[in-house]
Design a protein around this ligand. Structure first.
Ligand SMILES: [Zn+2]
Length: 333
């Protein structure tokens, strides 16, 4: 993917509004990941203008047919719905293990094709899903007809998704938004005083440990604008009146494998012949035979590819002193 300069804009650190940064890594799409010299937040700068960013999330994003290394091949296919539900169950189980004791009224921001809604609706008193993709929302309404779905960014949806909610879930979304600070504040405003916010995102600490050129989070998913360490999420949450009660990392080592084997040659040939979806389905089937999907592989360290963090309103955390949860990561030295 090549970006013309007139499609890019310079941005400041979303956390401290400063523009003094250190260069960290030039991605294969020729865009740079930088690190704020003051707070250490990693972000893309310059980055595509908002109108180009929003164009990324078309129907093609869910079919991998936009010719760019963004999106998910076959994500919306009915044959992949089983895999999406396995992932959704896993996320729900992690949320419970971190301490979400009940779902109650639930909002999922970035609900995609509604697969989590489909399994959660019977467990929640009501379920509301929001996604920026009209295509995904159309599928979500079919897969989870008892839930309510809205298309747009969280602040565009209006009173129908104003809450307050007992539980707000947002998996792999915060790295896509234009302002994570504004995003978390919007989520916090919609949370009941004793509610739960569960976030997940790729773990920049994993990238720092491996080196960004070896990290999946920098070598794939070029639509990502931000790269968070747990302490970055905590700082954004604190500014929004939230405190972390637990966190864990998981989802593998995050190491990017640069394959040059004969298999990759065969794969490239097959891709050139237009057999992408067939290859993807076969790959997932082989993986599921060899390695049944694990529902829970998260641990209380910062090493793995993905962070999962649970936040509550700071007032509740102070009242209940919830620091003793088994999976709470200690950030102090
Ligand atoms: Zn900063």
């Amino acid at each position: 993917m090549n970006w013309d300069k007139d499609k890019l804009i310079d941005v400041k650190c979303d956390n401290c509004n400063l523009s003094i940064v250190d260069h960290v890594y030039r991605r294969p799409d020729d865009l740079d990941i930088v690190k704020c010299r003051d707070c250490g937040l990693h972000f893309l700068n310059p980055r595509p203008r908002p109108d180009f960013i929003f164009k990324l999330y078309s129907e093609d994003y869910f079919r991998g047919s936009n010719g760019n290394p963004t999106g998910y091949l076959g994500y919306d296919a009915a044959s992949h719905a089983v895999l999406r539900r396995i992932e959704a169950r896993r996320r729900l189980l992690i949320a419970r293990t971190l301490g979400v004791s009940r779902l109650g009224s639930t909002l999922e921001v970035g609900c995609s094709t509604g697969d989590l809604a489909a399994i959660t609706t019977p467990l929640a008193s009501d379920f509301t899903g929001i996604d920026i993709s009209e295509h995904a929302i159309r599928i979500a309404r079919q897969r989870a007809p008892a839930s309510r779905f809205f298309c747009g960014q969280i602040d565009e949806v209006g009173p129908a998704a104003a809450g307050p909610f007992d539980t707000i879930l947002s998996f792999e979304v915060i790295e896509h938004v234009l302002s994570p600070q504004a995003f978390i504040k919007s989520l916090a405003e919609r949370l009941k005083s004793d509610g739960y916010l569960v976030l997940s995102t790729p773990n920049a600490d994993c990238g720092i440990r491996l080196g960004f050129d070896n990290w999946l989070g920098a070598r794939t998913s070029f639509e990502h604008l931000f790269f968070f360490r747990l302490e970055d999420l905590d700082r954004l949450a604190q500014n929004a009146g939230l405190s972390r009660v637990a966190a864990a990392t998981g989802c593998g080592s995050g190491r990017f494998e640069n394959s040059t084997s004969k298999h990759s040659v065969a794969r490239r040939l097959a891709l050139a012949l237009g057999m992408r979806r067939w290859i993807w389905t076969l790959r997932e089937w082989r993986l599921s035979k060899k390695q049944p999907p694990q529902l829970f592989d998260y641990e209380d360290n910062l090493e793995h590819h993905n962070i999962f963090a649970l936040y509550r309103k700071t007032q509740i955390c102070n009242e209940r002193n919830t620091t003793g949860l088994g999976l709470a990561i200690r950030t102090e030295p």
